[in-house]
Design a protein around this ligand. Structure first.
Ligand code: NAP
Ligand code: MG
Length: 402
């Protein structure tokens, strides 16, 4: 069989622990036999980040800007314990944070839906993708405990010295206050990333805020989204038959519970934090969530939503058998390959990505899966395999489909 050729390299960001082991298995079993894989390799494993003073993370993000598509393995975000475990020179920052700030992106998280692992919400037939704004609001807040009577005010001092002042509350007794902010630039780039992703995945976009109560703060989100939609995306949406639907957050939440899925739900920072945990657990498991960072100018970085699965790695190091689920990491690769195929007009690459996903899902639907899925599967006659054997079973299925 001829291997599928590629033109532009994918930016490949290798990572840590158990997911680094899975990474190698996936490449060797499921990719290299079928695709003449072209990647520009960056080792984001913690040892190499430490050796390069984390320069490798910055370089990999810059390469992503250059080529447009990256695929990333889960990486350790160092803490105190990792400092001594890896003899680190410094407590390096979260690679995802570094990459996100260079690419200025929004993170989209979607569950991988498979027959036999049913969502708790019966009418959810298709995935619901959460797009979470990742800047500001309560995550960059200033808070104060008020100990007794007094006046709390909101004061803005302009560069020209002008002062705007509003009373927050006249306290008769003890209480609390909080100051939050966001910026027009950040909200605008969040809006663009959402519309761009909706166009790219051909899904409707839903967005909700509390604009009826928050007439300036939340209303600004609503207005910016509306403006970006009308100026930059309305035509494209109409052409593709897509809908941009804005409503009050309460109404959105109520409708989500009755919906069939198959759309993107854009959330303000806090809403996205809370709702993504609800959506992912209702759909099944973190090991079945994909994650993609999309920049407003259409740069894509694909990864799994879960971490490096440290607990399994320590077992693996002791020579014990592990049944770590590779599905989200496989889907990170297929997402990246499909996007590369789309950008470079290589239909064979897109078809291959579709078929590898199909083979993965078919394997699970046939009752062959890793331990985490067996625990939540509806059918009881399942075969639980270790990661290596599960990947081999997917390969068999893939060869049959190809
Ligand atoms: P984790 O790696 O997501 O794992 C937490 C637990 O979830 C695991 O112990 C396992 O449960 C289950 N799990 C997650 N993925 C699984 C999979 N593919 N297959 C089967 N079970 C899976 O989170 P963590 O242990 O809190 O973090 C470990 C390291 O990952 C940390 O150093 C953290 O910094 C890093 N991290 C990286 C990213 C990223 O790069 N995007 C994201 C999150 C965390 P059981 O043990 O019960 O089987
Ligand atoms: Mg959370």
């Amino acid at each position: 069989m001829n291997k599928i050729a590629m033109n532009t390299p994918l930016v490949e960001m290798d990572g840590d622990e158990m997911t680094r082991i899975l990474w190698k298995m996936i490449k060797e079993e499921l990719l290299l036999p079928f695709v003449d894989l072209k990647t520009e390799y960056y080792d984001l494993g913690l040892e190499h980040r430490n050796e390069t003073n984390d320069q490798v993370t910055v370089d990999s993000a810059e390469a992503t800007k250059k080529y447009g598509v990256a695929v990333k393995c889960a990486t350790i975000t160092p803490n105190g314990a990792r400092m001594s475990e890896y003899h680190l020179k410094e407590m390096w920052k979260s690679p995802n944070g570094t990459i996100r700030s260079i690419l200025d992106g929004t993170v989209f998280r979607a569950p991988i839906v498979v027959k036999g692992i049913e969502p708790c919400v019966r009418n959810w037939e298709k995935p619901i993708t959460i797009a979470r704004h990742a800047y500001g609001d309560v995550y960059k807040n200033v808070e104060m405990k008020i100990e007794g009577a007094g006046k709390a005010e909101l004061v803005f001092t302009g560069k020209d010295g002008s002062i705007t002042r509003e009373t927050i509350h006249d306290f008769k007794d003890a209480g609390i206050i909080q100051g939050v902010h966001n910026t027009k630039a950040s909200i605008t780039s969040f809006a663009r990333a959402c519309f761009q992703y909706a166009v790219s995945t051909k899904q409707d976009l839903w967005f909700g805020t509390k604009d009826t109560i928050s007439k300036k703060y939340d209303h600004t989100f609503k207005d910016i989204f509306q403006e970006v939609y009308e100026k930059e995306y309305k035509e494209k949406f109409e052409e593709l038959g897509l809908e941009y639907f804005y409503s009050l957050i309460d109404d959105i939440v109520a409708r989500i519970m009755k919906a069939k899925g198959g759309f993107i739900w854009a959330c303000k920072n806090y809403d996205g934090d809370v709702m993504s945990d609800m959506v992912s657990s209702a759909f099944g498991s973190l090991a079945m969530m994909t994650s993609v960072l999309v920049s407003p100018d259409g740069i894509y970085e694909y990864e799994a939503a879960h971490g490096t699965v440290q607990r399994h790695y320590y077992k693996y190091l002791k020579g014990e058998e592990t049944s770590t689920n590779p599905v989200a990491t496989i889907f990170a690769w297929t997402g990246a390959l499909r996007k590369r195929g789309e950008l470079d007009t290589i239909p064979a690459l897109e078809v291959f990505a579709d078929k590898l996903e199909k083979a993965t899902l078919a394997t699970i639907e046939n009752g062959v899966m890793t331990k985490d899925l067996a625990q939540i599967a509806t059918r009881k006659d399942v075969t639980v395999l270790n990661s290596q054997d599960f990947i081999a079973a997917i390969r068999k299925q893939l060869e049959a489909i190809l």
